[in-house]
Design a protein around this ligand. Structure first.
Ligand code: 8YV
Length: 306
């Protein structure tokens, strides 16, 4: 059996249902009851960024062989436990990189040029001109120069931006300026983009000090995870004018969005849709299916993490 722990696109759900004995966790009002009845027959778990497999779920699935996640992030999966138990983990890297990087640039443009706000003006019958902020030529600071961070940097270069970054270690092959901590990075850029993975070390990596360093003329963009940002600190900085603005695709307690943000004009708020195009979600689904198929045929996995 295959256990689906999160809603996925219809194509993926249908294909899983065709190929396997598929259980959807939400079909069972009591998760514990499902696990007692069917836990021993589950060989694969399919999840995504909203739900994966924590220690408790893994413990309840003694025959679990593989977790295939329709996401590049694995913060919802107990990867350490999977390693210990010899459970394979696959993710969907690369196929979503362009999409998420495109959205990051979209958020920057929307925030600085106030595109969403201007659209609301026009819809409300207001032909109002207001002066906004230029993007081209600004300094973009990237937290996490991995696949997505690098793709954002390349795009920003197309806007003649200077690029600097923070990561745990300096990338020798990179021509961009490296800062060994996020506060320094934030002090030296106009737009700070969070593009790292969520781990214990990067939880609340954007804290009060970083926000203050970015300052009243600085903009924060988050296309990573909500938990990268100390959200109450972000909200108070925006309310007090200590930060110029924020473009957010993710929130600390999704789908909950802090009420205070809804009335602010210097924020752009998106429903975690970075990878959300037909093309990319289909490619991600095909990777999930391809990894499961390879696993059950005893072939090498396409995109293994563990
Ligand atoms: C998704 C993501 O929201 O890849 C990730 O880590 O956050 C996104 O691509 C998602 O899990 C799509 O199913």
């Amino acid at each position: 059996g295959v256990l689906l722990v999160a809603q996925v696109i219809p194509y993926l759900e249908q294909e899983l249902n065709k190929r396997y004995n598929l259980y959807r966790i939400w079909d069972f009002p009591q998760k514990s009851q499902f696990l007692i009845q069917h836990g021993a027959s589950i060989r694969a778990v399919v999840g995504r960024s909203t739900a994966g497999a924590d220690s408790e779920l893994i413990d309840a699935l003694p025959k679990l062989e593989i977790i295939s996640s329709s996401s590049v992030g694995v913060d919802q999966i107990d990867v350490k436990k999977c390693k210990e138990r010899g459970i394979r983990v696959t993710i969907t890297p690369d196929v979503l990189t362009d999409e998420v990087a495109d959205l990051a640039i979209g958020l920057i443009l929307s925030l600085l040029r106030r595109i969403s706000e201007c659209d609301r003006f026009v819809r409300n019958g207001n032909w109002k001109h207001q002066l906004t902020t230029k993007f081209s030529g600004k300094t973009v600071g990237i937290v996490g120069l991995g696949r997505i961070g690098t793709a954002i940097a390349k795009r920003a270069e197309g806007f003649n931006c200077s690029i600097c970054y923070y990561s745990r270690t300096q990338k020798q092959e990179s021509k961009y300026k490296y800062y060994p901590n996020v506060v320094e990075l934030a002090s030296n850029c106009d737009i700070l983009v969070v593009a790292c993975s969520l781990t214990e070390e990067t939880h609340h990596i954007i804290n009060r000090e970083v926000i203050n360093a970015l300052g009243p003329k600085g903009f924060l963009i988050n296309i990573g995870r909500g938990k990268h940002v100390d959200e109450p600190e972000l909200v108070s900085a925006l309310l007090e004018g200590r930060l110029g603005g924020a473009g957010l695709d993710v929130f600390e307690n999704e789908p909950h969005v802090p009420e205070e943000l809804l009335s602010l004009e210097n924020v752009v708020l998106l429903p975690h849709c970075g990878s959300g195009t037909i093309e990319t979600r289909t490619a991600m689904a095909d990777l999930v299916l391809g990894n499961l198929e390879a696993h059950f045929l005893g072939k090498p996995l396409l995109t293994p993490l563990v």
